[in-house]
Design a protein around this ligand. Structure first.
Ligand SMILES: NC(=O)c1ccc[n+]([C@@H]2O[C@H](COP(=O)([O-])OP(=O)(O)OC[C@H]3O[C@@H](n4cnc5c(N)ncnc54)[C@H](OP(=O)(O)O)[C@@H]3O)[C@@H](O)[C@H]2O)c1
Length: 279
């Protein structure tokens, strides 16, 4: 099987373009799911404090026998921890739960523009964490260009990635172009829109013609656009299917057809109005 390419972040760190996401994988099932993913060949895991399953991720990495340096692991700062001291403590807790000495990538999960802590201050805490050497890169998630512009004004370190919702029904070409112009890699969350795009007749027609599955067509579309993706599945069969993206290509016409499905439809909240902080 062809290997997964890496993308160079703006600080020189290499990230595997295809990973495995664990949102909505129940904590008690996470070690098993991540073990299956590692066995299949995934070397990039996307978790978050919010998912309550960092312990399972760490357990699977530890028992895999794979060198820690060969697995790229991302976690995220949860919404209740935007104040500096809380952010530093939350990072320590994520590392402890994962059982790691360092993370590969740590993100602010949501900008929360309506709460009483300015995300610019939160980013300064992220810079402190980065300076401590305990994460190889820092970035943001769910930031729009106007949120990023505010960050650039008041801080030193440019985010390495911006993890946003992207799929054929939400192509996000404006945010992706802004990210690219500022040397920020776009990561596409919910890359198959949690399954909603897989029955689309245009996607199904391409899949049938190429003898691939709809999920492979959509994930390959992301890969050819240059974004990082980490589809979630608890089924090893689907994990294998989602991993087999590097031995075929979509033509320019097929790429345009999938991009043409964009209808600005989110499956998740709009970052401008999402300010939910769990108690
Ligand atoms: N930063 C953020 O705010 C944010 C938000 C959401 C997600 N994320 C990240 O992005 C990752 C992926 O997004 P997601 O989990 O929301 O959605 P997704 O990967 O687009 O879709 C996952 C869903 O599709 C199903 N599925 C997976 N592969 C399939 C296949 N080949 N054929 C048919 N169905 C398939 C899964 O079911 P089964 O498990 O039953 O196979 C699951 O219900 C998350 O796990 C998380 O790491 C980040």
């Amino acid at each position: 099987m062809a290997s997964v390419p890496t993308i160079r972040l703006n600080n020189g760190v290499e990230i595997p373009q295809l990973g495995f996401g664990v949102y909505q994988v129940p904590p008690e099932d996470t070690a098993e799911a991540v073990s299956a993913a590692l066995e299949i060949g995934y070397r990039h895991i996307d978790t978050a404090e919010m998912y309550r399953n960092e312990k399972g991720v760490g357990k699977a990495v530890a028992r895999s026998g794979i060198d820690r340096g060969e697995v790229f692991v991302t976690s995220k700062l949860n919404n209740g921890f935007h104040r500096r001291d809380d952010a530093l403590r939350a990072f320590d807790q994520s590392l402890a739960d994962l059982g790691f000495e360092y993370l590969d990538l740590f993100l602010i999960h949501w900008p929360l523009p309506g709460i009483d802590v300015d995300y610019v201050e939160t980013w300064k805490a992220m810079e402190e964490i980065y300076a401590s050497g305990r994460t190889r890169a820092i970035g943001v998630s769910n930031f729009k260009p106007h949120h990023l512009r505010r960050l650039f004004g008041g801080t030193e370190v440019r985010p390495a990635v911006n993890q946003i919702e992207v799929h054929p029904y939400l192509a996000q070409d404006d945010v992706r172009a802004f990210d690219a112009d500022h040397e920020i890699v776009t990561e596409a969350w919910s890359p198959i829109a949690q399954g909603k795009v897989l029955g689309d007749p245009a996607v199904v027609a391409i899949a049938e013609r190429l003898d691939r599955t709809p999920a492979q067509v959509v994930l390959r579309w992301h890969v050819q656009r240059g974004d990082v993706v980490f589809p979630k599945s608890v089924s090893p069969e689907r994990m294998r299917e989602n991993f087999a993206l590097f031995d075929f290509e979509l033509s320019r016409d097929d790429m345009a057809t999938v991009t043409g499905l964009d209808r600005g439809e989110r499956t998740g909240p709009d970052p401008d109005t999402f300010n939910h902080v769990a108690s």
